[in-house]
Design a protein around this ligand. Structure first.
Ligand code: ADP
Length: 175
């Protein structure tokens, strides 16, 4: 685990399973229909319970680059923020990914949350290059902490594997 202070707030990168995190919110790498089948989404619903899928079904469609919030069932986190990142090859991937992160951070602020944990959105089934995802996620979070007066005191990136962690560390070290 590594941490940096930005404007008195903490930016953290770590290796772990995001479904185990006890941050106020964990972010899900969701699809437009919030159908949580595979990847991190599948793991969140399997562990947190069908209530998460039921609340998601009541929300329905979420455009790429935005986010929606549900409770977190039996997980330690209080909320799931479902962020919809781009699929690689659909155009303007970096901008959409940045918007998905910003939408998640704004929702967390609206709910007055203090801590949030993100996975490497779009870098799994959606096929975006891990170095691009690391760059956009780290820089968007760092800029947000620098420029906005937010309730958030911690933004964490919980990476599932060593390779993803290395890409995030490369960007983290440049901040
Ligand atoms: P997407 O469809 O947006 O690419 P995925 O769920 O396929 O979403 O993958 C996003 C990232 O989340 C990948 O880097 C994957 O390795 C990672 N991941 C999968 N399961 C977990 C987990 N339990 N905790 C943290 N990260 C996870």
């Amino acid at each position: 685990m590594q941490e940096k202070k930005i404007n008195g707030k903490t930016l953290r990168i770590m290796i772990g399973d995001i479904t185990e995190r006890d941050t106020d919110a964990i972010v899900n790498a969701a699809n437009n229909y919030l159908k949580h089948g595979g990847g991190v989404a599948g793991a969140i619903v399997r562990k947190g319970g069908q209530i998460i899928q039921e609340e998601s079904d009541r929300i329905g469609f979420v455009p790429t680059g935005s986010a929606a919030i549900t409770t977190a069932g039996s997980l330690k986190a209080k909320y799931i923020i479902h962020a919809v990142g781009p699929k690689w090859g659909e155009s303007q991937e970096e901008e959409k990914l940045k918007n998905a992160v910003l939408s998640s951070l704004r929702l967390a602020n609206d709910y007055k949350l203090k801590t949030i944990s993100f996975p490497a959105i779009s870098s799994g089934i959606y096929g975006c290059p891990k170095n691009m995802v690391a760059k956009v996620l780290i820089n968007t979070a760092a800029e947000y902490l620098k420029n906005y007066n937010t309730t958030l005191e911690l933004i964490e990136f919980c990476l599932f594997d060593e390779e993803s962690f290395r890409y995030f560390k490369e960007e983290f070290d440049k901040i």
